[in-house]
Design a protein around this ligand. Structure first.
Ligand code: ATP
Length: 219
């Protein structure tokens, strides 16, 4: 079977994965006509070292449960094999090496992550490896995207016909997707668990059961 030609990559901590991630992935898949979406949990995320995150194995297991029944989705443990902390540039370089030049890559992220893109390692080289698909979050409305692009990607201009930001003679594009933000975060879910609340339907039932059975987020 041929591999995907247009591949979405969703990086994150996923501690835990929630319906915001799943809804965003599906919306991007449809909007950009992607063949597949791979979730890439960070082995050691550089931006989240300030609190103890769940083990890679737990976060991977919850992702596997969450994507059950979604044939276009897969989970990749690649970042566990790469040097730590997990930098997106290293992951994209490795995927490009493995997949070759013909697969179009789309790195998916929320606007909260995109707002800090200039703190990412070699952020200016990311777009030579993949396009971006950026989504609003309640804390970061879509309208904030333009200022971030103008600050961090000065040579990019908006193409109103294709609804995308592009730069002349530079590969990669920035798609800012007009999708209603889903008001859920992993932080909120961890807090609800700590307060003995119910996290369904914020996470799929199988993920809620995993969190219960493995007594995650109680401390
Ligand atoms: P935390 O609350 O711990 O910061 P999170 O909910 O933001 O976690 P992450 O795993 O850190 O989840 O996010 C991975 C990626 O998914 C980031 O690019 C983030 O912006 C994006 N994302 C998270 N939640 C949503 C959502 N509800 N809608 C769209 N994108 C989201």
């Amino acid at each position: 079977m041929p591999g995907p030609r247009r591949l979405g990559l969703f990086g994150g901590t996923f501690d835990p994965v929630h319906i915001g991630h799943l809804t965003a992935a599906e919306a991007v898949r449809q909007a950009l006509r992607l063949d597949a979406i791979w979730f890439l949990p960070a082995a050691l995320p550089p931006h989240k070292l300030e609190y103890p995150i769940s083990s890679f194995a737990d976060r991977l297991a919850m992702l596997e449960l969450a994507i059950g029944g979604r044939p276009a989705c897969a989970v990749s443990a690649l970042e566990a094999e790469l040097p730590k902390p997990s930098y997106t540039i290293d992951t994209l370089r490795e995927l490009r090496r493995q997949l070759g030049p013909l697969v179009e890559l789309f790195f998916i992220m929320g606007l909260d992550a995109f707002a800090e893109i200039d703190t990412w390692k070699a952020y200016n080289k990311l777009l030579s490896l993949a396009s971006f698909a950026v989504l609003a979050r309640p804390s970061h409305p879509l309208a904030t995207a333009e200022a971030i692009i103008k600050r961090c990607f000065v040579d990019f201009c908006h193409d109103p016909v294709a609804q995308v930001w592009i730069a002349q003679e530079r590969p990669g594009a920035i798609h800012v997707l007009n999708m209603e933000p889903v008001p859920v975060s992993s932080t909120a879910i961890r807090q609800v668990v700590r307060n003995s609340g119910s996290i369904e339907p914020l996470v799929p039932a199988a993920v809620a059961a995993y969190i219960r059975d493995h007594r995650l987020y109680l401390a």
